[in-house]
Design a protein around this ligand. Structure first.
Ligand SMILES: *Cc1c(COP(=O)(O)O)cnc(C)c1O
Length: 462
């Protein structure tokens, strides 16, 4: 006999208690769980004909799958730019599934209003002006794509065509300028029909990832008055560098362009008194990307997208249907982003902001900044390694003082140790390692453990 959802419903309390107990065990073990695993795929299993119920599914998951899962929510997972999940955000995420709202429209629920409140809180957190209106999306890639789609519509407005109605062919060739654009910008341009080759790399300042604003001005001047898109970068993934946002924004007095700022994790610099100046001009952007599953420490997936041109946004994303009603003054989320139906992604963010407030989240950011500086200091003094850039924000970018080609082997050895997880990159032509700090869990003791494993791995390979 197969177990049915109704059978499980009769034991809801027991099942939820068991799931809660299992989750507590995982959360309490997170700091000692190996940071990453060399993936070993379990033997495949065919689709069960008869269901065994939730208890059996949980037991199977715990035996077959969970041991291979990384401690990406743990304190020494420093690969990519990876946040953990605060306790409040995990609770919010659970309740998201429990209540299973579809915040597409406000016809049936206040869920879209909770989303609006959360967006307003985030706007305040980042110090953005009220004119910047936001929407939830799945990640910075989607936020960049949404911002660039609005920018594409603006280009149409400048040229007297509607891309939303007539398609991207009506627009003609488009130039997108950026110093150190994230890979997701190319993906967005491909998706939007502008094409990856629309992106023109502008020179960066010597020894930096920040764009050389005078070279950007030259590139804009070459366009001879043709409207363009500029992607400014606030927090680059290799070295946490920032474009001069105020200087770039000021160029709009001389040249017509849409200013999109990718501030996926850099937006959180607003929470550190020593770094807030780097994003003081963020609000001057036409569209802004900020990730939440990184430095806000909410579970995947979550990001926010801001723009002050909601009229263009709804032109691109409106989803006309008789049953959804008119756009109105406050358009429902369905009219703002690529998605229609989706989860109430805002709830986890709402929970963590309600639980810890601005000060709690500022403390996480300030601590991570101090920890990155601490690791940078340790590496600078460590035989066998050298820093490739000063630690400007939360990313430490370094390489081997001997043959930098050995970084892959070092990264592998670190992963195998279970102590930490770092990812590799190539910075200014040099193979490198990156350690990015964005978890609420990381402490000084964790940095010391990371430093110890780096020393050990280097001795082992020397
Ligand atoms: C992480 C990141 C992205 C892409 O974000 P996803 O959340 O993976 O979609 C884009 N830009 C920057 C600067 C990032 O750090």
């Amino acid at each position: 006999m197969s177990t049915t959802p109704a059978d499980d419903l009769a034991r809801t309390a027991e099942l939820m208690e068991a799931a809660g107990g299992y989750a507590v065990q995982l959360l309490e073990g997170m700091s000692e769980r190996p940071a990453a695993r060399a993936p070993v795929r379990p033997e495949p299993r065919p689709l069960p004909l008869a269901g065994a119920g939730t208890s059996a599914a949980m037991a199977e998951f715990a035996a077959r799958w969970e041991p291979g899962f990384a401690a990406s929510a743990g304190p020494r997972y420093l690969g990519f730019v990876t946040g953990g999940s605060t306790p409040a955000s995990v609770v919010g995420d659970w309740l998201t599934g429990v209540l299973d709202q579809n915040p597409t429209s406000g016809l049936d629920s206040t869920a879209p209003d909770l989303e609006r409140e959360t967006v307003a809180w985030l706007r305040e957190l980042f110090g953005l002006p009220a004119g910047q209106q936001g929407a939830f999306v799945s990640g910075a890639t989607m936020s960049n794509a949404t911002g660039l789609a609005i920018g594409r519509e603006w280009l149409g407005e400048q040229r007297g065509v509607s891309v939303a109605d007539d398609g991207v062919a009506a627009l003609g060739p488009v130039r997108v300028l950026s110093g150190s654009a994230h890979s997701s910008i190319g993906k967005a341009l491909s998706l939007l029909g502008l094409g990856r080759s629309a992106l023109r790399k502008v020179d960066v300042l010597p020894g930096r990832e920040a764009v050389d604003v005078s070279r950007l001005a030259e590139a804009l001047a070459e366009l001879d008055g043709a409207p363009a898109i500029v992607v400014a970068n606030a927090g680059t993934v290799n070295t946490g560098d920032f474009d001069d946002l105020a200087a770039i924004a000021a160029l709009r007095e001389r040249f017509p362009f849409w200013l999109h700022v990718d501030a996926a994790f850099g937006a959180f610099a607003a929470l550190s008194p020593g770094h807030a100046h780097l994003v003081a001009a963020l609000g001057a952007a036409d569209s802004i990307c900020a990730d939440l599953h990184k430095w806000l420490n909410v579970p995947y997936d979550s990001a926010v997208q801001f723009t002050h041109r909601r009229d263009l946004q709804t032109r691109v994303f409106q989803n006309h249907a008789a049953y959804l009603g008119p756009l109105g003054e406050e358009p429902d989320p369905v009219h703002l982003t690529p998605e229609n139906s989706r989860r109430l992604r805002a709830l986890a963010a709402w929970f963590t902001l309600a639980a810890y407030g601005r000060e709690g989240h500022a403390e996480i950011v300030r601590r991570d900044l101090a920890l990155a500086a601490r690791l940078g200091g340790r590496i600078a003094a460590m035989p066998g390694y050298r820093l490739l850039a000063p630690v400007r924000l939360n990313v430490v970018c370094f390489t081997l003082s001997g043959d930098p080609g050995g970084v892959d082997q070092v990264a592998r050895a670190i992963t195998e140790s279970g102590e930490a997880f770092l990812t590799t990159t190539v910075y200014d032509g040099v193979p490198a390692l990156r350690a990015a700090f964005s978890s609420w869990r990381t402490t000084e003791a964790d940095v010391d453990r990371v430093a110890a494993v780096l020393e050990k791995v280097h001795r082992g390979s020397a």
